[in-house]
Each structure stands twice: as C-alpha cells, then as structure tokens.
Unconditional design. Structure first.
Lengths: 209, 271
C-alpha cells in the first residue's frame, strides 16, 4: 500500500508536471483573454492589441531591453522618421501652442486623422510637460520643456532633434512613455513643424519669456 | 444636504477663482478638490443610487419575476454585507473569477432572466438614465463601507487572475504605446493637474477602488469601476473592453489584491 501510494504520488507528480507544462504562461493567458474580451470600436481596431517590435521588446524586458536590441530598435525607429520635403523644420508657434493644449484624437469615436468634432488631432503635450509660461495646469510625466530652445540653442541640429523626437520619441529612447506622433500618424508633418516652432522659435513664449 | 452642498460649491468656486500656483511640490488644485470632496461626502449624492439599488435588489423583476435576494455574492445566497470588499473572487458555478458588477450581471441573467446582450448594450450612466446594474452595484458596495478589502487568493484561479491582471496592467500596445502603467506605474506624477496614483504600490493601490462606485461631478452621473476601466482603455487608445468580462475581472483582481487590507470607505464622489 505504501509502495503503491508512493508510486501513485510519483505518477501524480508526473501528471501535474505535464499539466504545468501545458498551462499557458500568465502572459499568454492574458493575450488570449484580451483577444477574446476586447472588441473593435470605431477607428480602434483589434490590430491595436498587437505589439510591434518596439512594444514587444518593452513588454518582454520590463521597459529595459538589452543594449544591443535597444540600439537596433532605436536605429530602425530613427530611420523611419519622415523629414519635411521642403527642408523646413519650423512652422508657426501659435498653432503649435493650440496643438500642445489639445489632446483629443485616436479614440473610438474620433475619425482617422481628426477628432470626432472634425478638428485636427491634438498632441496633448501639456498633459505631461510644462511648456509655455502661461499654462500652469501641466502634467509631470515628462520633463519640463520651458525655455527649450533658449537652454539648448536655436541651431538646426536642435531643430532636427525636436522634430524627430516629436515624430518618434522611440528613436531616442525605445521604451519612452511618449507616443510616436508622426509614426502613429496621429499628427501631420505641418503640426509637428508647428510644435517644433513652439519649442524652438526664439519668439515663442517658451523661449522669449 | 443643501447646506453642505452650497458650502462645497462655494469652496470650489473660491478655488477656481484663485490663481493656480506653480505646481511642482504639493498640488493646490488637487488639495482644494479634496476639501470640496470631503465637505460633499458628508451627504453623498451616491446615497440616492444606493436606495434605488436596494429597491431593485429586493423587487421581483425580469422575465422570471424574481428578486436578487437569492444572488450569491460569494458569502452565500442573499448575503450582501461585506461581499463587495471580498471580490473579485472565484465562483464555482461559473468556474471563473468575477468582480462585483460582473457577478450582479450574472445574477440578473440567471435569476431574473435578463440577457447579457440587453445589459451590455448601454451599460454606463448618462444624464437621462442610470442602468440598473450601476444602482445595484452601488447598493452592494455601500454594504462594505468601512471594511478592509479582502479579495481571496486561495483558489488557483484567483491567483491566476491576479497574474493575468498584472500582465494586462503592464501591456503596452495601441496607437500611443500606452499601458495602464503609463499613468499608474510610478509615484508622484500628474496628468495636467490630476494626481496619478501608483497602483503597483500597496499604499496607493486603494485609490483604484476608493470612491467607486462614485458620483461623478462631470456630468452629474453615477459610475462604477466598469465604467472607469472602460474609459481608461478608451484613453489608452485601445479597442473597447467587453462589459463585465473576465478580462476586466482579472485586471480588477490585480488592482484590488494590491490594496489588500486597506479600508474601503464605500461609494464616493469623483471629479
């Protein structure tokens, strides 16, 4: 009997081990559950649940991918930045301020490149950043951008940095919390130019006050 | 109610008229709102829905003309006191973990004969209508006011729900690469003027549950955690989560277990 039960326990343990091997990991179980328990709504299709290479690396490595993968992904993201055809990186800082204030767009009831109200998408910049001197209701998820150009200089290289960072923040920091506004086609080239001007035009209140 | 409501509104108006200070240390705007909320919570409008929910719970309704008094919220048929603070939990009859509202919906289907489709069609409150599960959830939640959150983690499926919920919480995807953790994964951050609690921290995790179901001053409607999570995913630029789904129960398991042992104050007020 004793031997029998030991054998039974051993067999049981083998079965349990086999079952454990068949059990999906929490990640696989979560992915399956999300596939089943979300539905497409408006412009937000189920494809949005699918990770791209950047998202997959950040999810797999807890937002800290190994250096080699990190460098590879950053280079790929940077290579995807579409620079303005006319070579001008700066638009109108006044329009940039409006884009920075507004945050709508890309949700269920919005249109593909417009909000539900038919306005251009917002960048939602103030949600996370301090920017101009007159808005005190800014978030703190990102760094302060007040005096962005004044502190860094107004040269072309910094303009290129600002434009490409807004276009694709992951070109500089793969697991940055900042959306890839150009890459995601959330903001247009003209809008990104306007935001670049908000940060880089010496006449913008960001720099002038 | 009127007197404190007037006082509260006066405080809020005064706060709105004062110039917002540069906010880097304490958040004066948030602090003013907390004062406003404290005054208003003395006579909480949520009580109106609590009373309505109690009537709905006790009245024979639906195609089967049954009340919900035989609904098992985890502590036995009809036991409401303390049930909300001990959910999400595993229910053997459905072989899955359910949060409070999911369980209430389940009881409305099985005991009263409503269909999931009709309950899920417009599950959130508007200016003109509060869906019945919202009122009932408010009633059930109020019967756990002042109790410590104690969602069980003894059943393997309860543990699995926590692990799965954690994965969902940290899962970055969608147009903006957001996860729940993008806003609720670190200490001391704000979106605009709104402080963002860190739900991975045991001390702050209670804020995921505290004040819900809540009377939301924006729109003047009653909302539950089902609505809150739905709106989070909307702003996360994800597709829409299914109402009362297992996925949301898993996420709520993660959020609630992280707040294990913290006191739940009952239905509250939200901005």
């Amino acid at each position: 009997m004793r031997l029998g039960s030991a054998a039974t326990i051993a067999a049981g343990a083998a079965v349990l081990a086999a079952c454990a091997a068949l059990q999906p990991s929490p990640r696989d179980a979560a992915l399956a559950l999300m596939q089943r328990d979300f539905h497409a709504e408006g412009i937000a299709g189920m494809d949005r649940l699918k990770e791209d290479d950047v998202q997959a690396a950040c999810n797999e490595y807890g937002n800290n991918p190994p250096a080699e993968l990190d460098a590879k992904l950053r280079a790929k993201q940077y290579a995807g930045v579409k620079w303005p055809a006319d070579g001008k990186l700066m638009g109108d800082w006044k329009s940039g301020e409006k884009i920075a204030q507004r945050g709508r767009g890309m949700t269920w009831r919005d249109k593909p490149h417009q909000t539900s109200r038919g306005e251009p998408n917002g960048g939602g910049c103030y949600n996370c950043h301090q920017i101009g001197p007159d808005t005190t209701s800014f978030g703190t998820i990102g760094p302060s951008l007040y005096q962005f150009g004044k502190l860094r200089g107004y040269g072309t290289e910094i303009q290129r940095y600002a434009y490409s960072k807004i276009y694709n923040a992951k070109a500089y920091s793969v697991c940055s919390q900042m959306p890839r506004f150009g890459h995601a086609q959330a903001l247009t080239e003209a809008q990104i130019k306007d935001l670049t001007a908000l940060l880089m035009d010496p006449a913008s209140p960001v720099n002038s006050r | 109610m009127n007197k404190s409501l007037v006082l509260g509104l006066a405080a809020a108006c005064a706060a709105a008229l004062l110039p917002p200070a540069f906010a880097q240390t304490e958040d004066p705007v948030a602090a003013d709102f907390d004062k406003f909320r404290a005054v208003l919570e003395q006579d909480n409008p949520a009580e109106l829905w609590e009373v309505k929910g109690e009537q709905l719970w006790k009245t024979p309704r639906g195609p089967k003309r049954a009340s919900l008094e035989q609904c098992d919220l985890g502590l036995g048929p009809g036991v409401v006191k303390g049930a909300y603070a001990q959910m999400p939990r595993y229910f053997a009859d459905v072989d899955r973990v359910m949060d409070a509202e999911a369980r209430i919906v389940h009881c409305m289907i099985t005991l009263q004969g409503f269909t999931y489709e009709e309950l899920a069609k417009k599950p959130f409150s508007s200016a003109t209508k509060t869906p019945d599960p919202v009122s009932i959830t408010t009633y059930v939640a109020a019967q756990s006011a002042g109790m410590k959150l104690a969602p069980p983690q003894s059943h393997p499926k309860e543990k699995a729900a926590y692990d799965v919920g954690k994965q969902i919480f940290f899962y970055r995807a969608g147009a903006y690469d957001f996860s729940c953790a993008s806003c609720h994964g670190v200490d001391g951050q704000r979106i605009r003027t709104q402080p963002l609690p860190n739900f991975t921290s045991p001390a702050q995790a209670i804020k995921a549950n505290q004040g819900w179901p809540g009377y939301r001053m924006t729109g003047g409607v009653m909302h539950t955690l089902q609505w809150r999570l739905n709106d989070c995913f909307r702003q996360q630029r994800f597709p829409e989560p299914d109402y009362a789904s297992e996925m949301l129960s898993a996420l709520l398991t993660y959020l609630t277990v992280n707040a294990q042992g913290q006191e739940y104050k009952g239905p509250g007020i939200k901005r």
